[in-house]
Design a protein around this ligand. Structure first.
Ligand SMILES: C[S@@+](CC[C@H](N)C(=O)[O-])C[C@H]1O[C@@H](n2cnc3c(N)ncnc32)[C@H](O)[C@@H]1O
Length: 279
């Protein structure tokens, strides 16, 4: 498996094994964030860019047997992965599962009480995300909610690895992304302007800190080992300084050294931005 964890549709760190490990590593805060949105029993909800389906069981639980969940993703293999959740009995509500794009949603106007979209904005260019937000508004009922979660990677830390190395790594990634307009995995704190542009009201933002100190459980060890390999490769490609690249490459080559450090700490900050479709 490639270090980029790429889907067949070309999105890095988006294959199902990676997404599952990431979800389990941060599950408590991710599920708390989804509950915060306020989805109610009997609602119809869309998980736009559902990936491996981490949120699907809780979405089904929240809407219950009277509700309906639709889940859509561009990568057919991720959609097939979510299908397995259904067969394994993890979905308490009816599930409409589709391959498709947030840029052209295959749903009628005013279908949903809520659209939930997690960690997808970061892959889109500004113009694409503005278009996706217009689609989210179109398919949401008047008075319904649009909720978008994304990370603020400027605050990512893997202590005791020097946080300044990460800061320089992210700064370089942001500079590269500015050339293409891709929002990037640091966009979580700056998405409200797209909600205003789409004409949504009652905009709310809330951030969560996922913080995990040593000892590191096995699934999180796998996740961090994969993450270190991905970032070491990216740093080398982006031309981070030789000493920073060497530090990341050393951590990627021997992740146990970092993960077994009694002062190991993983910190990830993510933000949920919510708005209402005018009634
Ligand atoms: C980082 S994953 C997030 C998955 C899931 N929402 C989660 O938080 O675990 C990003 C997902 O967005 C999907 N994606 C990227 N561009 C998309 C688009 N235009 N339409 C639908 N899905 C898209 C990818 O296939 C991938 O599954």
């Amino acid at each position: 498996m490639s270090d980029t964890r790429m889907t067949s549709t070309g999105h890095a760190v988006s294959d199902a094994p990676w997404l599952d490990l990431h979800f389990w590593t941060a599950r408590a805060e991710y599920e708390e964030a989804l509950r915060f949105v306020g989805i109610e029993p009997a609602w119809t909800v869309l998980d736009a860019g559902c990936g491996s389906g981490g949120y699907v069981p809780l979405l089904c639980e929240l809407v219950g047997s009277e509700g309906q969940v639709a889940a859509l993703d561009l990568a057919p293999e991720n959609v097939a992965h979510v299908e397995r959740l259904v067969h394994e009995g993890h979905c308490a509500a009816s599930l409409d599962l589709r391959v498709g794009s947030v840029l052209d949603l295959p749903f009628a106007d005013a279908t949903f009480d809520c659209v939930w979209c997690a960690n997808v904005a970061q892959y889109l260019a500004e113009t694409e995300f503005a278009h996706a937000m217009a689609e989210f508004r179109r398919v949401t009922k008047p008075g319904g909610l649009v909720a978008v979660k994304d990370t603020d990677g400027t605050l990512l830390q893997l202590l005791p690895l020097d946080p300044e190395i990460w800061a320089r790594h992210v700064a370089l990634r942001r500079a590269k992304a500015a050339e293409t307009g891709i929002l990037g995995s640091w966009c979580g704190s700056s998405l409200a302007r797209f909600f205003r542009q789409a004409g949504l009201t009652d905009i709310v933002r809330r951030s969560w800190l996922v913080e995990r100190w040593a000892p590191v459980p096995p699934y999180a060890r796998q996740f961090h080992a994969m993450g270190l390999r991905y970032h070491a490769k990216l740093a080398a490609e982006n031309g981070l300084s030789p000493s920073d690249c060497a530090a990341l490459a050393a951590a990627a080559a021997d992740p146990d050294r970092l993960l077994d450090d009694p002062d190991f700490c993983f910190r990830e900050v993510f933000v949920v931005t919510m708005g209402q479709v005018p009634a």
